[in-house]
Ligand binder design. Structure first.
Ligand code: F6R
Length: 606
């Protein structure tokens, strides 16, 4: 969704802001803009452009912007079409205030009507412009007074960067329900939606909490509450490196992130098994005190939850275990209480539906346990317990490495819970954890088959529709394979439990349909192979992903073998093939892989 950046310091702001915006591109956007404060005129210089940041950049090359303070924005349209005029930054009528906004103002119509009645003329169709107009209306020379009054009137979510034309040395920021970090460097200070935007300059950041006000000057950052009282916050050191947020030799972030999986899996597994922070948290959770477990998330995070359901069910034998889409859970008046554990899965920690699910669960007295990748995110901060996947920054919109680390964390949780509940012996616990520890090396060996997978995928661009089938745990990972393929290649795809085919979907199978079959549950292998026979006899071609070595390829059946593993943990291996397959199908179609159309990395609105 939208991304914001702001800078105040001794260097030229415009190039720093443009560079920061490029690092926020992964969030998804349709237009971009920048406003810098021009000292010679005490005015804002604003350049906004529908389309890519490169288009904005080429316009800027003919407008030299020299300033020590500025704000920039990537917009993902929600209110008003993508256009130059609807892009941010927005100014008040008198050009005294410039703002950038990430979020949605729910009461903007009411506020707009009131301001219009006072003669204020709006120029865009956005909800965000109301913030600039309101800020200018309230401004009396004290930026903090203005911010407090504005925040008190806004309903909805916001991360805001604000400049006042008569305050050449102050950049002010506030947030509610959308992320905002404050970066501190030796040449100046930053506001940003996410860490990669500032990593080139600093790894020292403050994570702003809701309704905290940050006042940035060239050489200082101060924080205040809504009563204008100073508050102290701790400066955190981010462990992500600049390299981890760069594409390096790879054509796409997605491929780079797929290739990073052995390392990030190792890091995550270690932190959860060998005395790291994650292990300490897992140890603290008194699983015996709960009589119901609900796992929830959106998109791929939900798919990780479906995998978890099979694993938890099999190992922990919880009497009541559900997996729910967070977008459904939040509105269903779930039957949960203080004896429920709600596990929230989210890479960004900022997905609006997952945040709402967390708040709903907490309001009902449930304990929340989050599995999150982004430190300082809303879910990380508000959940009762938080386990961090150590995937590093994930830039490609389609998740790969974060998903894999979520799976590893969920297996470890399942094994540890099963042991605490005496459902498995100490020996079994060690054996299962050693299977988890073996995963990174096995993932590595699958990545070495990249050429074969690429070659196969290059023949698949012709398909109009690709189905994914599996049974049990293989069905769970089929859901992820199908999502990955459709979101980046735009080929229609659906995932089915093998046994469900004949209840409807098999009527769609004909000549020139591809079915990707996943078979790693030894006890169900025969059943799944019958499904494979059924679709082949109706004209389909099949790609079989399996650890079982008894299947010979034919002209209709191709086989990709993966290493042997404990059945329940095999999704971590099959998913690598499915990620590479989707990536190369999309690459062969020339798709915009890292930023698929209409999608955003962090879905911070409903
Ligand atoms: C798919 C994908 C999305 C996310 C979903 C949840 O590749 O990335 O489906 O999994 O938007 O996002 P997070 O995990 O940030 O809550």
């Amino acid at each position: 969704m939208c991304g914001i950046i702001g800078y105040i310091g001794s260097e030229n702001a415009a190039p720093i802001i443009i560079e920061g915006l490029k690092k926020l591109e992964y969030r998804g956007y349709d237009s971009a803009g920048i406003a810098v404060y021009e000292e010679s005129t005490s005015q804002f210089n604003v350049v906004k452009q529908k389309g890519r940041i490169s288009a904005l950049e080429s316009r800027l090359s003919s407008i030299p912007l020299d300033s020590h303070m500025g704000i920039g924005h990537t917009r993902w349209a929600t209110h008003g079409e993508p256009s130059d005029i609807n892009s941010h930054p927005h100014l008040g009528n008198k050009s005294k205030i410039a703002i950038v906004h990430n979020g949605i103002i729910e009461n903007y119509k009411k506020l707009k009507e009131r301001l219009e009645r006072k003669g204020i003329v709006f120029v865009s169709q956005t909800d965000s412009e109301v913030i600039a107009q309101l800020a200018e209306y309230y401004y009396n020379g004290d930026p903090m007074d203005m911010v407090i009054k504005v925040a008190n009137r806004l309903e909805g979510s916001y991360a805001l960067g604000i400049m006042c034309a008569d305050q050449p040395d102050t950049l002010i920021a506030i947030k509610k329900d959308n992320p905002l970090i404050i970066g501190v460097s030796d040449h100046g200070n930053f506001i940003a939606s996410d860490v990669p935007a500032v990593l080139k300059h600093t790894n020292k950041v403050y994570y702003l909490d809701d309704k905290e006000i940050a006042v940035l000057k060239k050489g200082s950052v101060q924080f205040f509450n809504m009563d204008k009282e100073p508050i102290s916050k701790s400066l955190e050191t981010v462990t992500w490196t600049l390299d981890s947020a760069e594409k390096g030799e790879y054509q796409h972030f997605m491929l780079k992130e797929i290739m990073e999986q052995p390392k990030v899996l190792r890091d995550t597994i270690r932190s959860a098994i060998y005395g790291g922070d994650n292990q300490a948290i897992i140890d603290k959770i008194d699983i015996e005190s709960f009589n119901k477990v609900v796992v929830t998330g959106c998109g791929s995070a939900y798919n990780a939850g479906v995998v978890a359901k099979y694993v938890f069910e099999s190992l922990c034998r919880f009497p009541s275990l559900e997996v729910e889409l967070a977008s459904e859970f939040r509105y269903k008046d779930a039957v949960i209480d203080e004896k429920s554990l709600v596990i929230l899965i989210s890479q960004s920690g900022e997905t609006a539906d997952t945040i709402a699910a967390m708040r709903e669960a907490r309001a009902k007295g449930a304990t929340t346990l989050a599995i999150v990748n982004v430190v300082g995110s809303t879910i990380a901060k508000e959940s009762d317990y938080c386990l961090f996947t150590l995937a590093g920054p994930e830039i490609a919109v389609a998740t790969t490495k974060a998903f894999s680390t979520q799976l590893a964390m969920l297996y470890i949780l399942a094994v540890r819970f099963a042991a605490k509940l005496n459902k498995i012996t100490k020996e079994k616990e060690s054996e299962l954890l050693s299977y988890v520890e073996d995963l990174p090396a096995k993932v590595d060996s699958i990545l070495k088959q990249v050429d074969a997978i690429q070659k196969y995928a290059s023949t698949c661009v012709v398909y109009k529709s690709i189905f994914f089938i599996g049974r049990n745990i293989d069905y769970a990972i089929a859901l992820e394979g199908s999502l990955k393929l459709k979101e980046i290649s735009y080929i229609h795809s659906e995932a089915y439990a093998g046994g469900e085919l004949k209840h409807g979907t098999i009527s769609l199978i004909e000549e020139d349909t591809l079915v990707v079959a996943i078979s790693n549950c030894e006890r169900l292998h025969g059943k799944l192979m019958s499904n494979v026979e059924q679709v082949i006899s109706r004209g389909a071609k099949v790609l079989l992903v399996t650890k079982l070595k008894d299947v010979q390829p034919t002209d209709r059946l191709s086989v990709i073998n993966i290493p042997d593993s404990f059945d329940l943990f095999s999704p971590s291996l099959s998913v690598i093939v499915l990620q590479l397959f989707s990536y190369y199908v999309a690459a062969n179609k020339g798709a915009n892989i890292d930023k698929p159309r209409n999608l955003a990395k962090s879905v911070t609105v409903e």
